[in-house]
Design a protein around this ligand. Structure first.
Ligand SMILES: *Cc1c(COP(=O)(O)O)cnc(C)c1O
Length: 397
């Protein structure tokens, strides 16, 4: 079986249908590059959503091995999974911010997680858990400085601050962080950015006026980390940039920011066949062969995270040439028109990677699907095995 790609040595493990390779050396390089770029502030490696599809435990371990002391997740379950994998409180603080009523507060306290509180119901549940366990909490109070999503509104902020301070003086918790999140840091010059910085400064002043002395004040995500040094404060929370994908493709490519894509998605042709002109292709026949040609069957589909919105648009590299999805992306497969070329079944198909073999990038797929590169990498499904390259920590996954 031919597995060699004309543009480089085989990426895909023999016999595999598809594989996402995760280049942990690139992840380390990105972390080093982000730290060099930001200088002072601590860096939080955001590993929510299975590290944007890259593997939360593996990426978190790699970040910790590279000296990162803060990890961030959305849900408490994601944070608990990191602790269960052996990433202890001596190695990294883990902040989780997306709580829902009835959440695992007591487990979070026992696991020494940092928790975010955005409102009174969360403070009620947290304090009940503190009393039940006898464990003092480490809390980050979240202000809504304009995103209009999670976080405490300015008119409720003084009361939340006052209650937190009372609990602090009673030894029930320590407010270690005051934080917020941007709405449009990826749109340089968007008026909301300065408004949020001003609102955050006001929230911080009120918190300090109320007696709180947070260790870390933080608001910057990846775009703000790259573009807005005035937002860095004590800590930056980087997700996408750490994975080597540009959060602001219209401003710069990953290379422009000193970043290298970490994930590459590779599959292999399942079938190559000749068809006459006028042949409909895939569900709904949204593509018809313009003349006699060859079709290649690519055995990944929307169940693997290939966006259906990339139908007739997504780019792939086959035999050194870019080809486009012909017709609909189906659940498990799609088709490309090979224009008369006759690679053998088994030929590698590169969907996206770091571009060094001439393959598309996650940004190219985002453009083709009318979405953002965050969604492209994060949605690569669990049916696609991950293979880790270049791990620095002892135990290989
Ligand atoms: C996802 C997330 C981040 C990381 O965002 P990136 O743009 O990927 O760096 C930071 N903070 C919060 C609250 C998030 O939800």
């Amino acid at each position: 079986m031919t597995t060699a790609n004309t543009t480089g040595p085989a990426l895909l493990t023999d016999g595999f249908r598809a594989e996402a390779t995760i280049d942990l050396a690139a992840l380390r390089g990105n972390l080093a590059s982000l730290r060099e770029r930001t200088g002072g502030p601590a860096l939080m490696a955001v590993v929510k959503a299975d590290a944007y599809g890259h593997g939360a435990v593996q990426c978190a371990r790699e970040a910790v091995a590279a000296g990162v002391t803060w990890l961030g997740t959305a849900t408490p379950e994601e944070a608990l999974a990191l602790r269960a994998a052996g990433i202890g409180p001596d190695q990294a603080r883990v902040l989780c911010w997306l709580w829902t009523p009835g959440g695992p507060w007591e487990q979070a306290l026992r696991a020494e997680l940092d928790v975010s509180v955005s409102g009174q119901w969360a403070m009620d549940e947290l304090l009940a858990a503190v009393r039940a366990t006898g464990i003092s909490a480490r809390v980050h109070l979240k202000a809504d400085t304009g995103l209009g999503r999670n976080g405490c509104q300015p008119h409720d902020w003084p009361e939340l601050v006052a209650r937190a301070r009372r609990a602090e003086t009673e030894g029930l918790l320590k407010v270690v962080g005051i934080w917020s999140h941007f709405a449009a840091a990826d749109e340089p010059g968007h008026p909301s950015v300065q408004a949020q910085l001003d609102s955050f400064a006001a929230a911080l002043a009120q918190a300090e006026g109320g007696g709180l002395r947070p260790e870390v004040r933080h608001i910057a995500n990846s775009p703000a980390t790259l573009l807005l040094p005035q937002s860095h404060y004590d800590l930056v929370r980087t997700g996408l940039a750490m994975y080597g994908v540009s959060p602001v493709p219209e401003v710069g490519s990953p290379a422009d920011f000193g970043l290298r894509p970490v994930m590459a998605l590779t599959t292999r042709l399942a079938l190559v066949k000749s068809v006459p002109g006028g042949h409909g292709v895939s569900y709904g026949h949204h593509y018809t062969t313009p003349g006699e040609t060859t079709l290649g069957l690519v055995p990944v589909g929307y169940a693997d995270g290939i966006p259906r919105h990339a139908s007739s648009a997504g780019p792939v590299l086959v035999g050194g040439k870019w080809r486009t999805v012909a017709g609909r992306v189906a659940m498990d497969q799609f088709v490309v028109d090979l224009g008369g070329d006759t690679p053998e079944a088994g030929e590698e198909v590169l969907l996206f990677g770091n571009g060094e073999r001439g393959e598309p990038t996650a940004e190219d797929w985002a453009l083709a699907a009318g979405t953002i590169a965050y969604e492209i990498v994060t949605r690569i499904g669990s049916r696609v095995p991950r293979r880790y390259l270049g791990a620095s920590w002892g135990q290989r996954p």
